[in-house]
Design a protein around this ligand. Structure first.
Ligand code: ADP
Length: 453
């Protein structure tokens, strides 16, 4: 087992990793930018090292500074959390060259899945059903027109290096294709430094359903059920729940089994998420994330399995300790992402939290690094925490979420709490009747506007 883990992240996920390490009896090192010297992860770690000024590229993305911090503290492993360097294969390689373990998958698998075209090819080869689309990158407009005619409009132009919903454009007809292509390429170039794009059939009313997988690289892999992340704004998840209100046990077992077998064949190491669009009973792979995800607690609540603990043990070379038969999905869990944002405009609202009262009680979990008096810096994303509830069934989880949201008090900054309070009371949400476009429509409704005024 590792002696000391350096956590190359900040905020709630740094705290989350720290907790898992402490429970395993492993010493922890926090790193921080000068903007984060009062952050909770710094206070709770055994040691801490300042790695640079506020901008992420000079601190949390600063590989030489992170290596130096490992050297100074004698850390033998690095947990990257999510975001920042979590899906940076080069970082994983560099750590390996220095004899430091990367708590995550093999660099080759990060690379493979980071290129969404290669990822789709691999998924298809492993027997995972994919969204119909171009066989590879699109060379020019003429090729796009030809491929789009074959798959049928509407089509979606997507960036091969995509992430965070960027570099994506819909074209409803051949007339719209040239613009969609140019805009997607431009956005992809700016965001990822790579303008390769591909085409996919644009599904009209799908749900976003993703499977949590866990592999040990020794030929064993399991799935831990799904999360339904259909409630999205600008292709970004807002509310995640498991199990999906739209799946039955047979569907779960079938597609989950396909995912687990594919990961075993790939020799995948650690946690991963295989994302699908689900429409008319069919599953269509869109991408795989090779890291712990923001919404992982949903799975932890319904399976009782600590995913970060498993991640650390597997990275240290342990074989998978859980068999597929041992995974039992119990009850229902829902996660709300709490952002320091204006609930009407979604503009970031950094500043000092003057009062902070998180809810508690049975089945309520708050993963947050916020505290009363904490000043949210303007340099990073606006996620200040997550509220996760668990109930014996979805109805109980919804009632519990409702009371927990009503109990949650954050003063001094704007938060998205009011949005969740209206969502949890909405009939479509209560009935589980929503697709990936539902939330955008809801946000335009008078009901939503009045609540967020
Ligand atoms: P990113 O890596 O940027 O998050 P994804 O491929 O995971 O991109 O897609 C993000 C979201 O975009 C999905 O959850 C879904 O809402 C939408 N999306 C992606 N592909 C399609 C498609 N082929 N048809 C309809 N919606 C899609």
């Amino acid at each position: 087992m590792f002696d000391k883990i350096l956590i190359a992240n900040r905020g709630e996920i740094a705290l989350r990793v720290l907790r898992a390490a402490k429970e395993l009896g492993i010493a922890t090192v926090a790193v921080y930018s000068t903007a984060d010297k009062e952050a909770m992860h710094v206070k709770l770690a055994d040691e801490s090292v300042c790695i640079g000024p506020p901008p992420a590229r000079e601190s949390y993305l600063n590989v030489p500074a992170l290596l130096a911090a490992c050297e100074i503290t004698g850390a033998d492993a690095v947990h990257p959390g999510y975001g920042f360097l979590a899906e940076n294969a080069r970082f994983a390689d560099i750590l390996a060259e220095h004899g430091i373990a990367f708590i995550g998958p093999k660099a080759e698998h990060i690379r493979l899945m980071g290129d969404k075209i290669e990822a789709k090819r691999t998924a298809a080869r492993l027997g995972i059903p994919c969204v119909p689309g171009s066989a590879g990158a699109i060379a020019d407009e003429a090729e796009a027109v030809k491929v789009a005619a074959e798959i049928g409009y509407p089509v979606l132009v997507k960036a091969a290096a995509g992430g965070g919903g960027r570099g994506m454009r819909v074209a409803n007809s051949a007339d719209e294709l040239a613009d969609a292509l140019a805009n997607a390429k431009m956005e992809a170039k700016a965001a990822f430094g790579d303008d390769a794009v591909y085409l996919e059939k644009y599904l009209a009313k799908p749900r976003h359903i993703e499977f949590q997988v866990l592999g040990d690289g020794k030929g064993r892999a399991i799935h831990l059920g799904e999360r339904d992340c259909s409630l999205q704004r600008r292709h970004q998840k807002v509310w995640e729940e498991g199990p999906s209100p739209a799946l039955n046990a047979a569907q779960r077992e079938e597609i989950g089994g396909v995912c687990a077998r594919a990961m075993a064949e790939l020799g995948y190491v650690g946690v991963g998420t295989i994302e699908f669009l689900f429409e008319n009973g069919g599953f269509y792979f869109i991408e795989m994330n090779t890291r712990i995800q923001v919404e992982h607690p949903v799975t932890e609540m319904i399976t009782g399995i600590d995913l970060v603990n498993e991640q650390i043990k597997i990275a240290a070379g342990s074989p998978l300790s859980i068999a597929q038969e041992d995974v039992r999905i119990q009850g229902a869990a829902i996660e709300c992402r709490l952002n320091a944002e204006h609930p009407g405009t979604f503009m970031p609202s950094p500043g000092r939290i003057s009062y902070f009262h998180p809810p508690g009680g049975l089945g309520v979990r708050v993963d947050s690094a916020a505290y009363q008096g904490y000043v949210i810096p303007p340099y990073y994303d606006s996620l200040i925490g997550k509220l996760i509830v668990h109930g014996r069934n979805r109805t109980e989880a919804l009632m519990r979420l409702r009371r927990a949201l009503d109990e949650f008090v954050v003063e001094g900054v704007e938060t998205t709490l009011p949005l969740y309070r209206t969502l949890v009371r909405n009939l479509d949400v209560q009935n589980g009747q929503y697709d990936i476009h539902w939330l955008e429509g809801f946000l335009e409704s008078d009901e939503a506007k009045a609540a967020r005024a």
